[in-house]
Every structure is written in structure tokens, then in C-alpha cells.
Design a protein around this ligand. Structure first.
Ligand SMILES: [Zn+2]
Length: 202
């Protein structure tokens, strides 16, 4: 059974503020957008904007039925991720981690993986079976999380995102070459959509 440890929230100002923030369902940025290929910036202060971003990530993750979501997937180049333990059959509410970093990992398992930013493609990727991740929680406190199984995979996937890495970057050269046409198609569709949007707003 996967285990997860997160300290219980206290009554800090952040805990109160986060409850008042209403999240929005944002558009997911897709493969080809440079924001997904750049390393994101670490958060040095928890502001209202960061709390709004966390609320937005949670709502967007829920609406798009993702197991996790990174801030650059909604176009914000900051090191913030949200994860949904329930999607990994762990009875815990979705939560965010600010400046997440991998501390330790062990084991390895292959499993099919997909990504909201690479629609229509899923591939088998090897990931650790157990991870320890550190970061800052929504209350602004340092946190260390032990995750196993699918949730460990989600953490690895999202930490990759904030470092500008896609799950397909873990594939062998031959496999990646075979996906090139599909990846180009996603990039092409992205450009077409943004041109249309631009026209609409002009
Ligand atoms: Zn992804």
C-alpha cells in the first residue's frame, strides 16, 4: 500500500488565505511551447499570486483529470506543482508543493505514462518505486514527503516538468524518433490555435 506523509496544517495565515482563494480552470500549455522546455524559477516568497496559482493548479488538475500538474503547464514559469493522491488510490486531498526537489529515490518500475501537455501519446517509462521529495507546503512550511508507487511516479513527472523535461525525454532514441511526427503535429496544432486566438482578440 502506498504511503504518504505530509504534516498536518496549522492555523497559519496561509492556511486561512488559501481557503478564500477561488481556483480557475486554466488552459493547458502543450508540447512546442517554450515555457515547458525552460527550467522554472524557484519561489522565494509566498504571495497572494502564489496562493492563487496553487488554487488554479488544483482546479485545473481536477477539471482535466490529471494526477498532477506543474505551474509551467498553465504557462507560469515557477517551481510549483500540485498532485492528486486520490488518483493514486491514496485517501488524501490534492495538495501543492512549492520548490519541490528530489531528495532520494530507490527501486525501478516500468509503467505506461501520459501527460496533459502531450495529448494522445502514452509510453512505458521506467521510474523509481519510492521517492523522498522536499519542498515548501501551502502553509509556507518546509515539508518532506515519502511517496511510493504511482504517486512516486507523479512526483518524478512533475519535478521533471519544472526542470523543463518531458516524460518522452526518458525514452530511447529510436522510440523518440518514432514519435516525432505526432509531436510535430501537437506543436503545429498549438500554433494554429494560438493564431486563431490572437485573431479573435484583435
Ligand atoms: Zn505532464
Amino acid at each position: 500500500m502506498p504511503r504518504l506523509f505530509v504534516p498536518i496544517c496549522d492555523n497559519s495565515i496561509y492556511a486561512h488565505l488559501i481557503l478564500t482563494m477561488k481556483g480557475r480552470n486554466l488552459e493547458i500549455q502543450v508540447y512546442g511551447n517554450p515555457v515547458l522546455q525552460q527550467k522554472t524559477k524557484a519561489v522565494d516568497k509566498i504571495t497572494d499570486e502564489i496562493l492563487q496559482l496553487i488554487a488554479d493548479l488544483k482546479v485545473t488538475m481536477h477539471e482535466k483529470e490529471g494526477l498532477g500538474l506543474a505551474a509551467n503547464q498553465v504557462g507560469i514559469s515557477l517551481a510549483v506543482i500540485a498532485v492528486n493522491p486520490k488518483g493514486a488510490e491514496i485517501d488524501q486531498e490534492p495538495f501543492a508543493v512549492i520548490n519541490p526537489e528530489l531528495v532520494e529515490c530507490s527501486g525501478q518500475i516500468e509503467r505506461e505514462e501520459g501527460c496533459l501537455s502531450i495529448p494522445g501519446i502514452s509510453e512505458v517509462v521506467a521510474r523509481p518505486t519510492k521517492v523522498i521529495v522536499k519542498g515548501i507546503n501551502e502553509e509556507g512550511k518546509p515539508v518532506q514527503i515519502n511517496a511510493e508507487g504511482l504517486l512516486a511516479r507523479v512526483f518524478m513527472h512533475e519535478i521533471d516538468h519544472i526542470n523543463g523535461v518531458f516524460f518522452v525525454n526518458h525514452l530511447g532514441k529510436t522510440r523518440l524518433e518514432l514519435l516525432q511526427n505526432q509531436l510535430k503535429e501537437i506543436t503545429r496544432n498549438r500554433k494554429n490555435t494560438s493564431t486563431k486566438t490572437k485573431r479573435k482578440t484583435q
